[in-house]
Design a binder for this molecule. Structure first.
Ligand SMILES: *[C@@H]1O[C@H](CO)[C@@H](O)[C@H](O)[C@H]1NC(C)=O
Ligand SMILES: *[C@@H]1O[C@H](CO)[C@@H](O)[C@H](O)[C@H]1NC(C)=O
Ligand SMILES: *[C@@H]1O[C@H](CO)[C@@H](O)[C@H](O)[C@H]1NC(C)=O
Ligand SMILES: [Zn+2]
Length: 445
């Protein structure tokens, strides 16, 4: 396999691929939970940004204010990660100050948490006026994602009220850009995996999945939870759709990529799907992850082609052939997933602009690529809304993107936990990622 070949050549240069380490792709874990969650693991993460205690938004009384609307010198003051209560309190604060539309989604998590979101900007009052869905916090340990989204939205609302532009490092936006971005109508889901994030924040255990024990094996704490970004509908059953040996997800509950018991088996993914249906004019979607310094677009499970519409995920003749990148024609796996040429152009152009903007903001280089060129995955969030429209033409196509912000923290046991400095840099880049998505969506819609 390609990964094995690469790991032979460059064993140390690429310790992480997207939001999995290479060892995790093969079933390993960063932290050995069978030894208990103890001080050693916490000590191993010394020097990483702490999780905040308390509530800086005073139970929704105070609105957050982002970095794009303040002098660059405030960067270092973002020196703790929002805890799960604060993420909600921040949204409540924005509701109070800017009248964003707070809402809750219907499916409660295993630990009985309610997922929430906000409707921001847009035209008119109905749900029809929202065209962009932004989600984050789906992989629990990828710290900073919810912070960056909350502070970006806060920037946008503040700048709009004050009739000002925004600055993120080397990239500036005008007041008119701010109005255009808000005019798209933005739905935000800042904490898709509330149980997982709460667990990770209280244990520092580098936890990725949700906390549903339905498939857990007694005595193995790693077998709790489902990888929510393998639980969406597109080619969920990878053992059927993809070629044998392509580990686009895992059927083994003890691994980090366990796919669950069916497409959308989890309340968290059901809530995202519900949100897509609730706002019928959504056409754009972005999911923030870390830390591979990349911008990705679908299809997630195989390379794209625009020539042969019969090579598509619904054609059973190709079951068992998908997911091999590069194709191995001699083994009968010459397959690429069909994508309408215009849609492919929109996806690749927008991804390139997001990546270019992020690179311009801090000077750190972000490439944009088709997700399977990294590794193929099944049940991914980015393809979900697009596939829904292919299966039901009454629905609007949703163009999906995944951002992998930041870099692996070499000094931490959990390399997904950034330092304070890295957190600030990531926040600047993500501000641009959001703005570029919104402005491109406005131009191309
Ligand atoms: C499931 O994954 C765990 C962790 O990698 C491994 O120890 C176990 O043998 C696997 N089980 C099966 C049935 O493959
Ligand atoms: C969730 O709530 C239900 C109904 O109140 C209760 O039976 C269940 O034990 C709760 N689960 C957890 C994990 O707290
Ligand atoms: C996945 O597909 C295979 C092959 O069609 C089938 O045998 C299996 O039952 C399916 N798995 C699930 C969980 O539906
Ligand atoms: Zn991730």
């Amino acid at each position: 396999m390609k990964t094995a070949f690469l790991s032979f050549l460059i064993p140390l240069l690429v310790p992480v691929q997207a939001c999995l380490t290479r060892d995790e792709i093969r079933g390993g874990h960063i932290v050995d939970l069978t030894k208990g969650i103890n001080r050693r693991q916490t000590d191993g993460n010394v020097g990483t940004i702490p999780v905040a205690t308390g509530d800086r938004f005073q139970n929704g009384d105070k609105a957050p204010r982002g970095i794009g609307s303040q002098a660059a010198t405030v960067l270092g003051t973002f020196n703790s990660v929002l805890n799960t209560n604060e993420i909600k309190s921040a949204i409540k604060g924005l509701e109070k100050e800017f009248r964003v539309g707070y809402f809750e989604t219907p499916y409660k998590t295993f630990e009985n948490r309610t997922m929430f979101g906000a409707k921001v900007g847009g035209t008119g009052k109905s749900n029809n006026g929202y065209r962009v869905l932004l989600e984050t916090g789906i992989h629990a340990r990828e710290r900073g994602g919810p912070d960056h989204l909350i502070y970006f939205i806060s920037d946008l609302l503040w700048a709009n009220r004050e009739k000002k532009g925004l600055n993120y490092g080397g990239v500036s936006y005008t007041y008119k850009d701010v109005q255009t971005a808000l005019g798209m109508g933005i739905v935000v889901l800042p904490l898709v995996n509330p149980d997982g994030v709460a667990f990770d924040q209280t244990t520092n255990s580098c936890w990725r999945k949700n906390r549903n024990p339905a498939s857990a094996i007694s005595g193995d704490p790693h077998s709790i939870g489902i990888d929510l970004n393998r639980n969406f509908a597109p080619v969920w059953n990878f053992t059927k759709y993809l070629a044998p040996g392509i580990e686009a997800a895992s059927t083994n509950a003890s691994t980090e990529t366990f796919y669950g018991t069916g497409p959308l088996s989890e309340p968290e993914t059901k809530n995202v799907d519900w949100t897509m249906d609730r706002f019928p004019n959504l056409g754009w979607f972005m999911d923030q992850h870390s830390p591979a310094t990349l911008v990705l677009y679908g299809w997630c499970h195989d390379s794209n082609q625009a020539r042969d519409p019969t090579q598509n995920f619904g054609n059973m003749a190709y079951d068992g052939k998908r997911g091999v990148v590069p194709d191995e024609p001699s083994k009968g796996t010459a397959y690429k997933e069909y994508l309408d040429q215009k849609d492919w152009d929109i996806l690749s152009l927008t991804a390139a602009r997001i990546a270019g903007g992020m690179s311009d903001s801090t000077g750190r280089f972000y490439p944009a690529l088709q997700a399977p060129h990294l590794y193929p995955s099944s049940g991914c969030s980015a393809d979900h809304g697009y596939m829904k429209a292919m299966l039901d033409p009454s629905k609007k196509k949703i163009y999906g993107f995944g951002v992998e912000f930041g870099e692996w923290n070499e000094d931490a046991e959990c390399g997904f936990y950034p330092t304070v400095e890295a957190h600030g840099k990531n926040m600047v880049e993500n501000g641009v990622a959001y703005m570029e998505l919104l402005l491109n969506a406005a131009r191309l819609s």
